[in-house]
Write a protein that binds this ligand. Structure first.
Ligand SMILES: Cc1cc2nc3c(=O)[nH]c(=O)nc-3n(C[C@H](O)[C@H](O)[C@H](O)COP(=O)(O)O)c2cc1C
Length: 117
C-alpha cells in the first residue's frame, strides 16, 4: 500500500510452485564474476546479495554453463560438475535468507556443438 493505492508489483507473485515476495525481477545478466574454473566468487555472491537485500523478489542469474565447452566468456559460472554444487548451495541459501528467490539460467552451446559434428 502506498498512499492508499495497492501496487501490484509489490504484491506476491507465483511462478509454478515458487512464490516471490513481490514481482520485481532481475533479468539474466552475464556477471562474468566466476573464477577460471567456473566457481562463484565472493564478488559474485555479494553482487547478488545486494539485489536480495534491496528487495528484489526474484533473481535470474546470468548464463551458467552445464559443460566446460559451453564457456564462451571469461568469468562464466559453471554447473558442470558435482564440485560446483556446495558453493552454489550455500549461495542460494544466503539469497533465500534475505527473502529473495533465485533461478539459475542454465546454458549449453549445443547449437554450436551440433554444427561442429
Ligand atoms: C550486459 C548484459 C548482459 C546480459 N546477459 C544475459 C545473460 O547472461 N542471459 C540472458 O538470458 N540475457 C542476458 N542479457 C539480456 C537481459 O537479460 C535482458 O533480456 C535484456 O537486457 C533486455 O531487457 P530490457 O527489455 O529490460 O532492456 C544481458 C543483457 C545485458 C545488457
Amino acid at each position: 500500500m502506498a498512499h492508499g493505492v495497492s501496487l501490484q508489483i509489490l504484491s506476491p507473485g507465483q511462478i509454478g510452485s515458487v512464490t516471490t515476495r513481490n514481482r520485481v525481477i532481475r533479468s539474466a545478466t552475464s556477471e562474468t564474476m566466476a573464477d577460471e574454473r567456473g566457481f562463484i566468487t565472493e564478488r559474485y555472491r555479494d553482487f547478488h546479495l545486494r539485489l536480495a537485500r534491496n528487495h528484489v523478489g526474484l533473481i535470474f542469474t546470468g548464463h551458467c554453463s552445464v559443460h566446460r565447452s559451453g564457456r564462451y566468456i571469461r568469468g562464466m559460472v559453471e554447473l558442470s560438475s558435482d564440485a560446483h554444487i556446495p558453493l552454489l548451495r550455500d549461495f542460494t541459501a544466503s539469497i533465500h535468507a534475505e527473502g529473495a528467490r533465485i533461478f539459475a539460467e542454465l546454458n549449453t552451446q549445443a547449437a554450436r556443438a551440433a554444427s561442429q559434428t
